[in-house]
Design a protein around this ligand. Structure first.
Ligand SMILES: *Cc1c(COP(=O)(O)O)cnc(C)c1O
Length: 394
C-alpha cells in the first residue's frame, strides 16, 4: 500500500520545480510562479480521476473530515453515525465539530452495515461518516438508499481506499462528500495532505473557504478578497502538493500492483480450511491495499496472529487489540479526554461513551486479521511469503 515505496525522480522533479520558482504558497504569486500550480494541478487530476465536479486539496485527511462536516452543515449537537472500526480521526473530527458521534455496527465488509446504520438513526441524526476500511468498500447501494430515505448527509472516508470503486463509481465520489488522506503511509502521499471531493457546489465552496479563513478566492488580489464565512488554516503547501502530483500519476500503477500481489496471496490461501475472507461487495473495484480474513474463533485469531509473526510474515494487523483502530481500546475517546472543555460536554443527551457496546462488531473484529499488500515485493518474496503463511497455519 504505501506510495512512498515508489518514490523516484518524478517526485523529486516536481518538488525541485517549486523550489526553483521560489514560493510555496498555493494561491496567488502569479508573477513568480511562471504558470506552475501544484495544488491546483492535483485538484484537476483528482477531479478527472474520481469523475467529480470539484476537488479541494488540504493539509490532512483529518482536516478533510473536519472540512467535509462543516461544509455539509454538520455542527453543534448534530448526531453523526460512525463505525467502531476505523482510524480515530473519524471520531475525533466529529467531536471537534461539536457534533455527537453515534457508534453503529459493522458487518463482514468491515464497514458500517446497512442494518447497523438503520438501528442507530434518531431524530437528531444528520450524517453518516462511512469509512471504507482497509482498501475495500461498504454496501453502497443499500446505504445510499437509507441516507436518502432519512435525509442524511453521506460522507465517505476513503482515506484507506483511494483508487477503489463500486459498480464503476470511484470510492469517495458516491456520497455527498468524499475524503482522502495523503499522509506519509497512505496509498499515495503528499508527505502530509488530504482532499475533499464532491459534486455539490455549495459543499465545495464552503470547503475551500473553510480551509483558508473564509477567503472566497475570487480575483487575483488576496488582500481584496471577501470572506463570507469564518474558517481556519488547513491549507496544503505547494511542496506537499508537488509530491502528490507525481504520486497521483502513479495511482493506476499502484492499484494494479496491489491487485496482482493480493490475488497471488489470496488464491494461495483459498484452500486453508479454517478461514473466510472479508466480504467485498464489488470485488472488481477492490483497491487491494489489504488482504483481510476471519478465523473461526477469537482464540484461533490470536494464535494465528502470533504464528504469522513467528514465521516472519510482516505487515499483519490484529485490529481488535490495536490502540488506534478499534473503539474498545480508545479510553481517551470513551472518557472524552481533551485539554479543554468540549462542546459535547454541554449536551445533556450525549451518550456515555464508556458504556457503548457493539457486540456484532466485536464478534467480527476479534476474529479478523489484515495483511498489508506491499508494492515492492519481488516474485520470490511473494512465493516465500506464501510458504511462510502456510507454515503459520500448519
Ligand atoms: C489516515 C486516515 C485518516 C486521517 O488522515 P491524516 O492525513 O493522517 O490526517 C482518516 N481516516 C482514515 C480511515 C485513515 O486511514
Amino acid at each position: 500500500m504505501p506510495g512512498f515505496e515508489l518514490f523516484g525522480p518524478e517526485e523529486q522533479k516536481e518538488v525541485k520545480d517549486v523550489m526553483e520558482q521560489g514560493f510555496t504558497f498555493r494561491y496567488n504569486f502569479d508573477a513568480m510562479r511562471n504558470g506552475h500550480w501544484k495544488a491546483r494541478d492535483m485538484e484537476q487530476m483528482l477531479q478527472e480521476k474520481m469523475g467529480v465536479k470539484h476537488a479541494h486539496l488540504l493539509s490532512s485527511g483529518t482536516a478533510a473530515l473536519q472540512t467535509a462536516l462543516a461544509a455539509s452543515g454538520i455542527g453543534a449537537g448534530d448526531e453523526v453515525i460512525v463505525p467502531p472500526f476505523t482510524f480515530v480521526a473519524s471520531v475525533e473530527a466529529v467531536i471537534m465539530a461539536g457534533a455527537v458521534p453515534v457508534f453503529a455496527e459493522i458487518d463482514e465488509t468491515l464497514c458500517l452495515s446497512p442494518e447497523g446504520i438503520k438501528a442507530a438513526i434518531t431524530p437528531r441524526t444528520r450524517a453518516v461518516n462511512l469509512v471504507h476500511m482497509c482498501g475495500s468498500m461498504a454496501k453502497m447501494d443499500e446505504i445510499k438508499a437509507i441516507c436518502k430515505e432519512h435525509d442524511l448527509v453521506l460522507m465517505e472516508d476513503a482515506c484507506q481506499a483511494i483508487g477503489g470503486s463500486y459498480k464503476g463509481q470511484m470510492l469517495g465520489s458516491i456520497g455527498d462528500v468524499g475524503c482522502f488522506s495523503f499522509d506519509s503511509v497512505k496509498t499515495i502521499t503528499c508527505g502530509e495532505g488530504g482532499a475533499v471531493i464532491t459534486n455539490n457546489e455549495a459543499i465545495y465552496n464552503h470547503s475551500h473557504m473553510f480551509t483558508d479563513h473564509g477567503h472566497d478566492h475570487v480575483g487575483s488580489d488576496r488582500g481584496a478578497e471577501s470572506h463570507p464565512i469564518m474558517g481556519l488554516n488547513f491549507r496544503i503547501s505547494e511542496m506537499n502538493a508537488a509530491v502528490g502530483v507525481a504520486q497521483l500519476r502513479k495511482l493506476d500503477k499502484i492499484v494494479e500492483i496491489q491487485r496482482r500481489n493480493k490475488k497471488l496471496i489470496k488464491s494461495a490461501m483459498a484452500d486453508i480450511a479454517d478461514i473466510s475472507f472479508r466480504e467485498i461487495p464489488d470485488e472488481s473495484g477492490d483497491s487491494a491495499g489489504f488482504l483481510s480474513f476471519m478465523l473461526p474463533t477469537e482464540a484461533r485469531a490470536v494464535e494465528i496472529n502470533q504464528k504469522l509473526a513467528e514465521n516472519g510474515v510482516d505487515g499483519c494487523f490484529y485490529w481488535y487489540v490495536n490502540n488506534w483502530h478499534y473503539l474498545k481500546n480508545w479510553s481517551h475517546i470513551q472518557n472524552l479526554k481533551s485539554p479543554a472543555k468540549l462542546a459535547i460536554e454541554l449536551l445533556p443527551e450525549r451518550p456515555d461513551y464508556t458504556q457503548v457496546s457493539t457486540p456484532k462488531s466485536d464478534a467480527i473484529m476479534s476474529r479478523t486479521i489484515s495483511m498489508l499488500i506491499k508494492l515492492s515485493w519481488s516474485e520470490e518474496e511473494i512465493a516465500q511469503r506464501i510458504e511462510n503463511i502456510k507454515k503459520a497455519f500448519a
